[in-house]
Design a binder for this molecule. Structure first.
Ligand SMILES: Cc1cc2nc3c(=O)[nH]c(=O)nc-3n(C[C@H](O)[C@H](O)[C@H](O)COP(=O)(O)O)c2cc1C
Length: 333
């Protein structure tokens, strides 16, 4: 590991480490209004939500690293105590970048960035029509983290009203693929949360996963399973019983397809290409009956393919059965 103590670093280096390492960050496009009625629009990626009751979000209009000066958003918020925070979709990203230019306070940044202002219902700052997710907010507290160049200020805001585009709202929920948000990484890097990059992780909910300590060594020591595969297996509450394994094998034996597919290594490889883990396992099972020496690996590959697509029931049974039959073979020998 490279190691850095903060006391030895420049502000620019610290800023780079934080923005690369704490990422991807959601981006708040914040609309405020000055006492003179000038619209301000600026993106802030030091941003997140911090509770639902009351709904609290916070972002950081920091002091400039360059000269320690405070930003227009900060001044407007302190004066008016109101803002509208918008999510940034991929379609908006270049205009949002434009809104981050340091225009003087008398410049209307809706005009500069080309976004369309629409009136809010509960606060004075205008909303950005193009954003699919908008929150009208009031400032609860501004926390100043320091007076030096680059010091953060944390604007803690309460959400008063949500506006969500009908284009992204399906069956009473936001569809993350339709929302199509971007996140910020270090320097000029961004992340696009589009359909192909979104994935799901099973929530533990109230369940308590059995944990790594309860996974058998033959599963933990396998070179086939990834750490994520093991994590998924350890999230299950218990290992399958012998009875469940027997039933599992009976279903495999009765797989009709077995009658049509010859159980060869070549066919196993074909099914692994299409990730058809049932056929993979069925072939591996027949190869096991024929005492094929590679069968342990084939069963693990089938279990892995099932776990990869979240068929946990199939995956854990295949994985555990592999260990049991190896054991029984040893005893038999
Ligand atoms: C995507 C993006 C994220 C940004 N995040 C922050 C941030 O979290 N904090 C900050 O102070 N400046 C951030 N900036 C820079 C501000 O947007 C920029 O300083 C802005 O001009 C401030 O404008 P203002 O003086 O009108 O408030 C970010 C810029 C971009 C493009």
């Amino acid at each position: 590991m490279f190691e850095f103590e903060v006391k030895d670093l420049s502000i620019n280096k610290i800023s780079a480490l934080l923005t690369y390492g704490v990422s991807p960050r959601p981006i708040a496009l914040v609309s405020t209004i000055s006492q003179d009625g000038v619209n301000n629009l600026s993106p802030f990626s030091f941003f997140n939500a911090f509770g639902s009751n009351p709904p609290v979000v916070a972002f950081s209009p920091s002091r400039r690293v360059r000269d320690g000066s405070l930003k227009d958003t900060y001044h407007n918020l302190i004066e008016s105590k109101e803002c509208v925070i918008h999510a940034v979709s991929y379609a908006m990203v270049e205009q949002v970048n434009l809104a981050s230019c340091d225009y003087p306070p008398e410049v209307d940044e809706f005009i500069k960035s080309g976004f369309t202002p629409i009136e809010s219902d509960l606060v004075k700052p205008r909303r950005v029509m193009e954003s699919p997710f908008q929150m009208e907010c009031k400032l609860i507290q501004m926390v100043n983290c320091g007076d030096e160049f680059g010091a953060g200020n944390i604007a803690i805001c309460e959400v008063l009203k949500f506006h969500i585009s009908e284009k992204v709202y399906r069956d009473g929920k936001i569809d993350p693929a339709l929302l199509d948000l971007v996140g910020r990484n270090g320097a000029e890097y961004y992340t696009h949360a589009n359909k192909s990059s979104l994935f799901t992780v099973m929530k533990p909910g109230t369940k308590k996963g059995m944990g790594f300590d309860n996974l058998p060594d033959f599963i933990k020591d396998s070179s086939i399973y990834t750490a994520n595969n093991l994590g998924k297996m350890a999230l299950l509450e218990k290992l399958p019983t012998q009875e469940e394994l027997d039933d599992f094998i009976k279903t495999i034996e009765s797989l009709n397809e077995l009658e049509f597919v010859e159980a060869t290594e070549a066919n196993f490889v074909r099914f692994s290409d299409t990730r058809d883990y049932r056929q993979m396992f069925a072939i591996a099972y027949v190869l096991h009956l024929k005492n094929n020496p590679k069968v342990g690996k084939y069963i693990e590959l089938a279990a892995k393919a099932a776990i990869d697509v979240n068929d946990f029931d199939f995956g854990i049974k295949a994985a555990v059965w592999r260990g049991k039959f190896i054991e029984s073979r040893r005893i038999g020998n």
